[in-house]
Design a protein around this ligand. Structure first.
Ligand code: ATP
Length: 439
């Protein structure tokens, strides 16, 4: 018999159906057993009148919570049943996979174990409907990203993750043995998306894995994450890149609100706001002054940079002043930006770059890139890079490469800010950190 989803049961009143799912709870009474079954679309009550089949009753009474079962039964309209005002009168049951007991933890308990423990048993943690909703929303987010880009003539690339040289400083690089030589896991698709500009692709995007050998244990860093990158040609400045990003994000938020607005209210407890465009833009120099005027002291070692506390403080300022959740911090000092960021003509100590802060968290870095090979090489040397390993990259700019720029965004950081989550571990399917390689 074909499976019916729980959400479709109302259209099958008085029919015999098959449903498959997890046994969320069992109420084993004297004469009757109530099984609450869950599939990805909802919950339903299944009733078994014990005297009808004593041996089935016995089998059911030994079933552990979260067992995977299929049942066949008749759908009855019953206004007294709290769940959907219907129930299924059980005719037969197949135990597809019995759950051992006790469970590592009860995903439906009021108090959940620590996040770290739940990471050990991530597949149980993911059974919570809030997590199913999260990944449904993430699916829509990625669809919307692609929809926006393909409507606007972008093409998708997949660049290699095995590389022969670092794209920035070597600090956050995982290296591995590669036959007779060393290889590195790509810490961003930076060089390769710029190669697409040299190839004449004009507008590209990539969604793929990014690796960072960053030994930090923060609520927003992972050693492997999904990077969302784009690059566009023939731009006049980094403002052109910001314009694309804000319109793109507005589109993503509006699609998510359309499809999941109610689900977000139900599971995450708030109404999603679609951001207005343009997003506020604040040059870094001004941001530092704003922080000072609000009594926020940036750590001394962060010269020209901003720390997470500073990001939150600027976000608070932007919320008060512009009632906006997003802000582009622009024109970062050369000292805290990579060699390939183009510098401002009227102030070569600053770069044509930006970060996007969303609800107080950095989600993007972007810039116009330096596309003139002589200047690019000079900037690389200034930053202490040897030209040998990046010669192949410098060559991209030797035979006609348009002015270009782009950005990189962390998918899970976006999910974090969109759904108001406090830890990136809650926003990613499986977390990878300095001490976590399993499951
Ligand atoms: P941060 O300052 O937060 O460490 P970054 O400046 O190193 O980030 P970029 O190299 O500019 O980040 O990467 C672009 C985007 O990728 C970031 O804005 C962020 O959304 C995401 N990202 C960077 N590093 C990580 C990480 N370790 N884990 C998850 N996402 C990350």
């Amino acid at each position: 018999m074909e499976r019916t989803l729980i959400k479709d049961l109302r259209s099958k009143i008085d029919q015999t159906v098959k449903i498959s799912g997890w046994l969320q709870t069992l109420r084993d009474q004297k004469k009757i057993q109530f099984l609450i079954l869950r599939d990805t679309t909802g919950l339903v009550q299944v009733a078994h009148w014990k005297p009808n089949d004593e041996s089935l009753a016995e089998k059911i009474s030994t079933l552990g919570a979260e067992s995977a079962v299929s049942v066949i039964g008749k759908v009855i309209d019953n206004p007294v049943v709290k769940l959907n005002q219907l129930e299924i009168q059980l005719e037969s049951l197949v135990v597809e996979n019995a759950a051992e007991s006790p469970l590592p933890f009860d995903p439906f308990a009021e108090t959940l174990p620590t996040l770290d423990y739940r990471q050990d048993w991530r597949y149980m943690d993911l059974r919570r409907p809030v997590n199913y909703a999260l990944f449904q929303i993430e699916t829509t987010v990625e669809m919307a990203m692609r929809e926006y880009w393909t409507k606007n003539n972008f093409i998708e690339i997949h660049s290699p993750k095995l590389t022969g040289s670092p794209s920035e400083s070597g600090a956050e690089l995982f290296s591995l043995d590669y036959f007779e030589q060393k290889a590195y896991l790509a810490q961003s698709p930076q060089f390769y998306k710029q190669m697409a500009m040299a190839a004449g692709f004009e507008r590209i995007f990539e969604i793929g894995p990014v690796f960072r050998a960053d030994p930090s244990f923060t609520s927003r860093h992972m050693t492997e994450f999904t990077g969302v990158d784009m690059e566009i040609s023939w731009i006049d400045s980094h403002d052109d890149v910001m314009k694309v990003e804000e319109n793109w994000l507005q589109y993503i938020y509006s699609r998510v609100k359309e499809v999941h607005g109610e689900q977000i209210k139900e599971h995450f407890g708030f109404e999603l706001t679609v951001p207005t465009v343009p997003f506020p833009r604040i040059p870094m120099r001004e941001a530092v002054e704003i922080l000072k005027s609000r009594g926020y002291t940036l750590p001394a070692d962060k010269k020209g940079d901003i720390d997470p506390g500073g990001e939150r403080e600027i976000a608070a300022y932007v919320k008060e002043k512009f009632n906006h959740d997003f802000v582009f911090l622009t024109d970062w000092p050369v000292s805290v930006r990579p060699f390939y960021h183009m510098r401002l003509e009227n102030d070569p100590t600053l770069t044509r770059s930006f970060d996007l802060i969303a609800n107080g968290l950095e989600i993007t870095t972007g810039a116009q890139r330096e596309h003139r090979p002589d200047i690019l090489a000079k900037q690389a040397i200034e930053k202490g890079l040897g030209l040998g390993p990046i010669q192949y990259y410098l060559d991209f700019f030797r035979y006609g490469c348009p002015p270009h720029g782009g950005f990189g965004l962390g998918l899970s950081r976006l999910m974090m800010v969109m759904l108001n989550l406090s830890n990136i571990r809650e926003a990613v399917y499986l977390f990878r950190g300095p001490t976590r390689l399993t499951p």
